[in-house]
Design a protein around this ligand. Sequence first.
Ligand SMILES: [Zn+2]
Length: 426
Amino acid sequence: MSIYVCGPTVYNFIHIGNARPVIVFDTLRRYFESKGNVVRFASNFTDVDDKIIQKAIAEGKPELEISSRYIEAFLKDVADLGSKTDYIQPKVTEYMAPIIAYIDHLVQTGYAYVVEGDVYFRVSKIEEYGHLSNRKIDDLQSGSRVEINEKKENPLDFALWKKTKEGITWESNFGPGRPGWHTECCVMIDEIFGGAIDIHGGGADLIFPHHENEIAQSVATHQHGIASFWMHNGRLNIEGNDSEEKMSKSAGSIVWVKDLKDKLAFRLYVLATHYRAPLNFSFTHLETYEKEFQKMTQTIHAMKRKLDLANELVGDSAHQEDLASIRERFDAALELDFNTPNAITELQALLKSMNILLRQPFDAALWRQALVYADEMTEILGLQVPYSPLSLADKELFDRWDDARKNKDFAKADEVRGELQKKGLL
Ligand SMILES: [Zn+2]
């Protein structure tokens, strides 16, 4: 199975809007993997771009120093958000030769044309243009959002190569310059996956023009589209701001991922909304999810610790079916249009059952089964809570606490309790 997600332009840290696809598509990958699929997952780094060049000029540093700084920062954020970092990470600068060859081929076959060192794609040659975004070419042409450029045959034509003298440039048959943004994903998908993939992901803001333009280039090059399925995550708006766009434009209203204090709680928050729906972020809601995530962690830890402390393994498998049906409903939710909010509801149901079990007589088999499900479900959602089994010394401490309470030695019990708390075990 192959998944490709359009990645970041690395000229700054990422804000919480940028984090949404990072969380959504990592969870999708995890779900497919939990079902036994081998998933080849790629997401690119746009490390050549006007914004990177502007930053390089402003700081007096080479572009590659800027991009590698923010690639490193991005991957740290990705890991902190509970997403996997072991995916294929193509960079534009490493794909320049195939990108130039790809554009050259489009020119040779009449799908692109050169004007004074710039290269543009001839959109009128693609009948399917506009299908993905459900737009008509005529409407697009008369739309005011299309920039006017005298050099283009048609206002919808998009740049494949830009002639420039500013910043980093590459040599090509069309002259020195750098590629436009829309070609890199096509070339990377060609080089990594051989021309087509199962699922192409990205933010809904990329549907037009970026993904339309990817399809157009693929149709021109291979006579077929680029992906069997397209998945687009909805926008993330900050309450009080009317759009994500506004967040990226006005510095004061940006919420950086690196500044979030509990990044897994933010992940829970993101997944609690269906991936296609808009998400209205507020700090009040975030606090609710921080508390919720803390509660989840406490329940799982409490059960693991009590199992650690159990001397004998007793119990039967009565009630296991109730837990098994929760586990089944969890998968069913994801199977049906990747409904993570419903999956989270099932995880909450499991945790509620675990809290009831914790108050009932010890049942090792049942508890272990509950924990297997909790681990599987949190692993799929990327919400695993690390747990270190109790050491022998810690177990002895719990025993001393127990003994003191049994002997009604409350001063001693309090003292041991304090020690346990200090070690973070209570
Ligand atoms: Zn892309």
